[in-house]
Design a protein around this ligand. Structure first.
Ligand code: PMP
Length: 351
């Protein structure tokens, strides 16, 4: 009798499910979501959902949402593709632009889902080290002759940014698609979304899961030349954004921008304060342009466990290239951070 393992795709056999820590925790600083809550117009749209006609399918390619995103980022709607989270966008883009056996290059460490999406699509990954000062290494990325170059800026998990000059060098020499993942753009000084107008090889991926506080609804999008986003849309397929997600996202993009901007400002101040507090504890956090901070800590998994016992969840990383063990801590409201820092101090003392 054949088992499911025998009939499964050989290249999938060693793949494991993504395991986010599921157990609830008093203070969850592990996933870089917005800890200030749901934007008000989005919340109202969700309450009014009973009248939204959920017996019917949503718009196949989310046309109303594309219009709202286009107005937010300042391009025509033909430059937008949406998805079930930006995870969906990244996965679809890899499938659309690389054949099985092709390569995808990135500077490590970066977003942990990228090697997984590559592998799900039969694409090989080529991690290269970051350059000095946490910039990406243009020469190493382009030397690899990869069909896709992935750059995350601000980068998860480091929080650091790619410089404009280096990005431009990467785009000028890239043999194929350049994905610029700007999931944390709202928290940074600068966005490079305008690079999409300069090159039709550039796809900028964004999300409503972070600054917009809608992670549970799963809304992502990308900006790029119309011919480019059309390929991602083919690969993505229809009906990926539910009516609930679309209604709330359109409401947030239309009416909640001031709410988002205010909370981004508070998050940045909280980030500065967290950085200072970590330095006071004798640690050396990386500079961050995101809504989290990465701080190298020996035996990070052990420290994270001690923190969890004190009701605080953070993400622990082991042996990151050029960094070693580290904790990634999402920024949140001041009282939450005070409690988390007190717990961290105690956890470090008994690590
Ligand atoms: N890109 C980066 C860099 C991320 O950190 C995340 C979420 N952790 C995503 C993409 C995916 O976000 P979502 O699918 O929620 O839009």
């Amino acid at each position: 009798m054949s088992t499911s393992l025998e009939i499964a795709r050989a290249s999938y056999r060693d793949l494991r499910l993504y395991s986010a820590e599921a157990a609830p925790c008093d203070i969850d600083l592990s996933d870089n979501t917005n800890l200030w809550g749901t934007p008000p117009a989005a919340a109202r749209a969700l309450h009014e959902l009973a009248d939204a006609g959920v017996t019917r399918y949503p718009a196949a390619y989310a046309a109303p949402l594309k219009e709202a995103i286009a107005a937010y980022v300042g391009v025509d709607a033909s430059w937008i593709v949406t998805g079930c989270g930006s995870d969906d966008i990244l996965d679809s883009a890899i499938r659309a632009f690389a054949e099985p056996g092709d390569r995808l290059a990135f500077c490590a460490p970066t977003f942990a889902m990228i090697p997984i999406f590559a592998r799900l699509n039969g694409v090989e990954v080529l991690p290269v080290p970051m350059a000095a000062g946490w910039d990406i290494d243009a020469e190493a990325l382009t030397r690899a002759d990869a069909r896709i170059i992935y750059v995350c800026s601000p980068n998860n998990p480091t929080g650091t940014i790619a410089s404009r000059a280096t990005l431009e060098r990467v785009i000028a020499s890239a043999p194929g698609l350049v994905i610029l993942d700007e999931a944390y753009a709202e928290f940074a000084e600068e966005s490079h979304l305008d690079l999409t107008a300069a090159s039709e090889r550039v796809l900028v991926a964004r999300t409503m899961s972070k600054a917009f506080g809608l992670a549970g609804l799963r809304v992502g999008y990308a900006v790029g030349a119309p011919a480019l986003v059309a390929e991602v849309e083919k690969s993505r397929g229809p009906y990926k954004v539910s009516i609930a997600a679309e209604r709330a996202a359109v409401a947030a993009l239309t009416h909640d921008r001031a709410w988002v901007a205010d909370h981004v400002a508070v998050a940045r101040a909280s980030r500065a304060r967290l950085g200072e507090s970590l330095r006071t504890l004798g640690l050396a956090p990386l500079p961050s342009d995101a809504n989290f901070i990465l701080v190298p800590v020996p035996r990070a998994a052990h420290v994270a466990k001690r923190l969890r016992e004190r009701g605080v969840a953070v993400r622990a990383f082991e042996a990151l290239p050029s960094i070693g063990d580290a904790l990634r801590i999402t920024v949140g409201p001041a009282p939450t951070m005070d409690r988390a820092l007190a717990a961290l101090e105690a956890a470090l003392a008994c690590a």
